[in-house]
Design a protein around this ligand. Structure first.
Ligand SMILES: Cc1ncc(COP(=O)(O)O)c(C=O)c1O
Length: 377
């Protein structure tokens, strides 16, 4: 076996350690000043007025739906991580799955239009693997039909459509899980232009109490805590915000490295029997995942296993798609041919900012060896 290459490696260094140590030394570990710094810098970065740091993207999606008061249908892709659909269901709304575009694997605006009914209240585009959905068409549909837009931007931090960042079109929901474009271990962010919605989300995330402990510290009677509704504890802790502030400073550089590494892999794999990732001309792709498609669907699983045997930690995102998972299999509109076709042939190869050229050599060699091994199957 050649060099072992993990699917992803977070980009962490002494700056993150220093920032976390500063918080440890301060003794203030719950929501604190680093959260405020991260929120205000993240809002500026995305280009919106408000950002609220949370414990995950799933919480952001859930709170976005709850704060918007949506209980009807939300149209989203089935080709996504199950968290997108789970947030819809747990928030009390109804998921309706739309099909995707084969090339980008993002939700197909024509399929959204086909699924709009009198019960539709929102669209949840999911920006897959670092590439924005067609937000111009999606916003045109949403505005024409009076629908809310909740963007699942878990996989696309820093990605753009026509120069505008994902998460700035509707309510934006981001993940800082270790595989994402920036990380805090676990963590998430919700972005919005609407101050009323931001306030509702902050309150719901903080036990239904409009002010955090830190905000109450300046009050005359800081121990008075008054809930205005039943809420949750979905806050991000101060230690994680300390990680996030450093990761955000490095985000553009990390995304530039991802784009370079993806272009390099495209060159090395151009002769393989794989469909390589397609970046839409209007999208700024941030390659959260480097996904390729097996031209012969029947060999996809053997291909991934062959790469793994050679030390390359290939994987699959996403198979099965959500509508074929047991809990969701009875949902309406479950005829999704492109989703099912893509789920059967897609695979993820290692890509992260620190991927070395030796590791890229190992990936290309393993792809070519696996292909030769499978040619007669
Ligand atoms: C598309 C998508 N939505 C939602 C999530 C959930 O994010 P989190 O783990 O931060 O809750 C993920 C990631 O894991 C994801 O890939």
């Amino acid at each position: 076996m050649g060099e072992k290459v993990p699917l992803c490696v977070p980009n962490l260094g002494p700056e993150e350690l220093r920032s976390v140590k500063e918080v440890l030394d301060s003794g203030w570990l719950a929501h604190g000043p680093k959260n405020e710094e991260l929120e205000s810098r993240f809002a500026d970065y995305i280009g919106c007025r408000h950002a609220i740091s949370l414990n995950s993207c799933t919480s952001a999606l859930y709170l976005g739906i709850r704060a918007l008061g949506i209980t009807g249908e939300i149209i989203l892709p089935s080709f996504t991580f199950v968290a997108s659909a789970n947030a819809v269901v747990t928030a009390g709304a109804v998921p309706v799955f739309a099909d995707i575009d084969y090339d980008t694997c993002n939700i197909d605006p024509d399929s959204i239009e086909e699924r709009i009914s009198s019960r539709t209240e929102a669209i949840m585009p999911v920006h897959f693997a670092g590439q924005s959905c067609d937000m111009e068409r999606i916003m045109e549909i949403a505005n024409r039909k009076g629908l809310a837009v909740i963007e699942d931007s878990a996989e696309a931090i820093g990605a753009c459509w026509s120069g505008r960042k994902t998460g700035s079109f509707g309510v934006g929901c981001f993940s800082f899980f270790p595989t994402k474009n920036m990380t805090t271990g676990e963590g998430g962010m919700l972005t919005t232009e609407d101050p009323g919605l931001a306030e509702k989300v902050r309150t719901l995330a903080n036990h239904g109490i409009p002010k955090t402990t830190m905000e109450r510290a300046g009050q005359k009677l800081p121990w008075k805590r008054a809930a205005v509704q039943a809420g949750y504890n979905f806050r991000m802790c101060h230690l994680l915000a300390a990680l996030g502030t450093v990761q955000l400073s490095k985000l553009d550089q990390m995304n530039a490295l991802r784009r370079e590494r993806a272009a390099d892999l495209n060159g090395r794999l151009s002769g393989a029997s794989l469909d390589l990732p397609i970046a839409h001309a209007r999208a700024f792709h941030t390659y959260q995942t480097y996904t390729v498609k097996a031209k012969r669907v029947a060999i996809r699983d053997a291909f991934v296993l062959g790469l793994r045997r050679r030390g390359i930690e290939a994987s699959v995102h996403f198979d099965p798609p959500v509508h074929l998972q047991p809990f969701y299999s009875g949902s309406a509109h479950n005829v999704l041919p492109i989703t099912e076709q893509v789920s059967r042939c897609i695979m993820s190869l290692p890509l992260f900012p620190g991927l070395t050229s030796r590791q890229a050599d190992a990936i290309a060699a393993a792809v070519h060896e696996t292909e030769a091994e499978l040619k007669d199957l």
